[in-house]
Design a protein. Structure first.
Length: 336
């Protein structure tokens, strides 16, 4: 049994395993005190420490050494110590610094949300809304790159990339070989190599799901619809690939499956990576065993537009209890 330590975050004390990071300790508490994370991904080893959006203030190091840490620290990379005290949303210093980090992330971002397929489920949109400034101090021209097709199913729009490294770690850890990475330095850094000809492994589509912005998009879904006009449904199939469990989310528009994605947890992270066959080649309802509507957080724009209606999707068998629950939720959202 691992040793337990206590840490206090924004006045709330939680007991966690020794070696847990501040970010994951905050996630065990939940709610607004969880720092945002654009580069950290719990399923990917070595991720974190790139974007600095999860910075917090450690006002007490531990019971043994109560001295505060002199600078703000990345919560995804800093492990807790017994008796540690941390400030996140209760620290004005953290909020000002985080707004500055968001400003840096948006320096080169084109802000083309109206035409971006990631709109409505974009971590950068949420981060900018919750922690961003109303204007930027940056006066120089934004960097630009040409769009690159990564194989026949994925398009890379490097202008939107924030260099979180998630796609690099994904290719490195769940595929047989990684063929792309970060080239150049500073403002010229980019995700690249001869990837438009090289990315052809069975799990390449997962880089789309882990990308927190609209830099890597699904070409089979591109410009077809907005996510808030679709209805996500959990489904599964018996996949032939030994590393794929076949558990996915189907995104319906009427009777059509517009796209297939891996299922994500409450923090927007993929629960289990899926193969390209499930993602790109199985877009008929007959290919899947339908389970139930995917739960969408009330704060998401996907849930705000008639997601839960009185009429269940035609692919789901009528369920009296579900319809009754839907009616209650429907009346909560009716605008008078």
């Amino acid at each position: 049994m691992s040793e337990k330590v206590k840490v206090t975050i924004d006045g709330i004390t939680v007991e966690v395993d020794n070696g847990t990071t501040i970010l994951n300790a905050a996630r065990q508490i939940g709610g607004d005190i969880v720092p945002p994370a654009m580069c950290y991904y719990s399923k990917l080893q070595g991720s974190g420490g790139k974007c600095r959006t999860c910075i917090v203030k450690v006002t007490k190091g531990s019971e043994k050494d109560p001295r505060p840490m002199p600078k703000l620290v990345a919560s995804c990379r800093t492990t807790v110590m017994d008796g540690m005290e941390v400030l996140n949303i209760t620290s004005p210093e953290v909020l000002v610094a985080r707004a500055g980090v968001v400003e840096i992330l948006l320096i080169n971002h084109p802000l083309d949300c109206p035409v971006c397929d990631q709109a409505g489920e974009c971590d950068l949109q949420n981060l900018g809304y919750e922690h961003g400034l109303q204007k930027t101090r940056y006066e120089f021209e934004r960097r630009t790159f040409e769009r690159i097709d990564i194989g026949d199913k994925i398009q890379l729009h490097m202008n939107r990339c924030i260099l979180c490294y998630r796609c690099v770690f994904t290719a490195d850890q769940i595929t047989n070989k990684r063929v792309h990475g970060i080239l150049n330095r500073g403002d010229h850094s980019e995700i690249s190599t001869y990837i438009q000809h090289a990315v052809d492994n069975d799990f390449s589509g997962n880089v789309i799901d882990v990308c927190p912005v609209g830099a890597l998009t699904d070409k089979t879904f591109r410009f077809k619809n907005r996510v808030w006009f679709t209805k996500p449904v959990d489904a599964h199939r018996d996949c032939d690939h030994e590393k794929c469990n076949g558990k996915v989310t189907l995104w319906y528009k009427g009777a059509d499956v517009l796209r297939v994605t891996a299922r994500k947890d409450q923090f927007g992270e993929v629960e289990e990576f899926i193969c390209n066959t499930c993602r790109f080649d199985k877009k008929a309802t007959a290919d899947w065993v339908i389970e139930h509507p995917t739960h969408i957080d009330d704060t998401s724009v996907i849930a705000s537009n008639h997601y839960e209606t009185l009429i269940p999707l035609h692919v789901i068998q009528p369920n009296a209890a579900l319809q009754a629950a839907n009616e209650v939720e429907f009346h909560k959202t009716v605008k008078y």
